[in-house]
Design a protein around this ligand. Structure first.
Ligand SMILES: Cc1ncc(COP(=O)(O)O)c(C=O)c1O
Length: 401
């Protein structure tokens, strides 16, 4: 439509949201559908956090605009969080709080990208990274971490992808969509390369930091390599670990001029994130943390269940990821086969479409995340549903000829 901006031609809608909508529509039509598409915990927000929000409303602290990029109390709590959990020293003036990590990330890209600037993005990637880069006028440069290396990239690959035009590396560990998390040594191979390229900045998305299993130790790039501190934006939020996706609070810490530029963009677009959500996020960061370990125990059991059951399905191979709440099995062994109803599976998109049609299981095709043929399962869903979904996937694959 001529009325719409040309910039929209560069981007596409979110495949994960599309799958969730499709599953919802089938459910509304009376089908028995198990949705494994959405990337949010099935647990409710902990009660202490809800109570803090209720108190903020009752005390009149939720009624008015706040500082554009966050109330001082929450910025102070974020400063403490980075010190306590990541050994990183920041001042409140280096903290930006926004409407979800998503807004903070978008602000950072809009604040820094000029036409032609390149952003290195390890694939499989979170669907929004390349689209946001495109919207902000930059060029995404995907670098594939293959299944054989648990979907991680190496220092040599990163080195080869960097050009004089590279502005950022967007790093995400544990990863959405693969759940893969970089060990200290794996991350070191990347930070060693970054040290050699002082023009490249690091946008590290640590959103799934707390969701790691089997005693995995998480490291953030600036924590592991202090020489990167001055050119790293460390992004995090309360959505995943604190079961607060609907509250929309994310935050980042980085160089003051960048944080100021991000605040300027926010001041002219959305202003402050919802005041009530900021008070709730303050309680999340400062209150009891023990429920995270309880949730992780359940997430780990679900991960193990998925990996075991999917590896028993014909044509499916599923690596065991270190964290987040996703698994990313390859469906290469099903390509070229035919369903019972006579449909040919030529791509992973065909695989997920037919799986949804015949078995009522909603997953997202890997090509949406930059590496196929594969699909993403979010196991942040009731264990009984998950088990049933894996059984249906086994049946679907078993019936392919
Ligand atoms: C890797 C990653 N980063 C950032 C976000 C954004 O989270 P929010 O905007 O809810 O803080 C998500 C949400 O799906 C994600 O998976």
């Amino acid at each position: 439509m001529a009325f719409l901006a040309d910039s929209l031609k560069r981007i596409k809608p979110s495949a994960t949201i599309a799958v969730t909508d499709k599953a919802r529509a089938l459910k509304a039509a009376g089908r028995n559908v198990i949705g494994l598409g959405a990337g949010e915990p099935d647990f409710d927000t902990p009660d202490n956090i809800k109570q803090a929000a209720i108190r903020a409303i009752q005390d009149g602290r939720a009624a008015k605009y706040t500082n554009v990029d966050g109330i001082a109390e929450l910025k102070a709590a974020v400063v403490k969080k980075f010190k306590r959990e990541n050994g990183l020293d920041y001042k409140p003036s280096q903290i930006s709080i926004g409407t979800g990590g998503k807004q903070v990330l978008y602000n950072a890209l809009v604040a820094t990208l000029n036409p032609g600037d390149e952003v290195v993005i390890p694939a499989p990637y979170w669907v929004s990274y390349p689209e946001m880069v495109l919207l902000a006028g930059g060029e995404p440069v995907p670098v594939v971490g293959p299944m054989e290396r648990d979907y991680k990239i190496t220092g040599e690959q990163l080195d080869r992808a960097i050009t004089p035009k590279t502005k950022w590396l967007i790093f995400n560990s544990p990863s959405n969509p693969t759940g893969a998390a970089y060990t200290r040594n794996e991350l070191k191979s990347l930070t060693d390369v970054l040290v050699k390229h002082p023009h490249v900045h690091v946008l590290t998305d640590d959103m799934y930091e707390h969701l790691v299993y089997d005693d995995f130790t998480f490291f953030s790039p600036a924590q592991l390599e202090p020489r990167l501190y001055d050119r790293t934006l460390t992004l995090n939020g309360v959505s995943k670990a604190y079961c607060m996706t609907g509250w929309r609070i994310g935050y980042a810490a980085g160089p003051e001029p960048l944080i100021k530029a991000m605040a300027m963009i926010q001041s002219q677009s959305t202003s402050n994130p919802a005041a009530v959500s900021q008070w709730a996020a303050l309680e999340a960061l400062e209150g009891p943390q023990d429920f995270i370990a309880q949730h992780n125990k359940i997430f780990k059991e679900r991960r193990d269940l998925c990996v075991a059951m999917l590896n028993q399905a014909n044509g499916i191979k599923c690596p065991k990821p270190e964290g987040a709440f996703y698994v990313y099995p390859s469906c290469a062994g099903t390509i070229g086969k035919t369903t019972q109803s006579g449909k040919k599976i030529a791509t992973d998109e065909d695989f997920v479409t037919e799986l949804l049609e015949t078995e009522g299981v909603a997953v997202v095709q890997g090509t949406a995340f930059g590496l196929g043929p594969a699909f993403r399962i979010s196991y942040a869903t009731k264990t009984t549903d998950l088990e049933e979904a894996c059984r249906r996937i086994q049946r679907f694959c078993g019936n392919l000829r």
